[in-house]
Ligand binder design. Sequence first.
Ligand code: ZN
Length: 62
Amino acid sequence: MFTAHCPHEQQNVLLNLSSIETMRKVPDGFAVTFVCTCGHRGTTHMSRMGRSLRNPSPTEGL
Ligand SMILES: [Zn+2]
């Protein structure tokens, strides 16, 4: 699970990793394109050192 900002709902949403459409390598992490549960696409950034990818917390974002 990870949190991302949905541009349609204009709020942070909690998504499954299966919601990730593409991950593009950028110098300081990944640019992630996701499909939100509402059906709209958005992009978010995951830091290479960030908790989102390497060490997710079950309570993060709740
Ligand atoms: Zn949404």
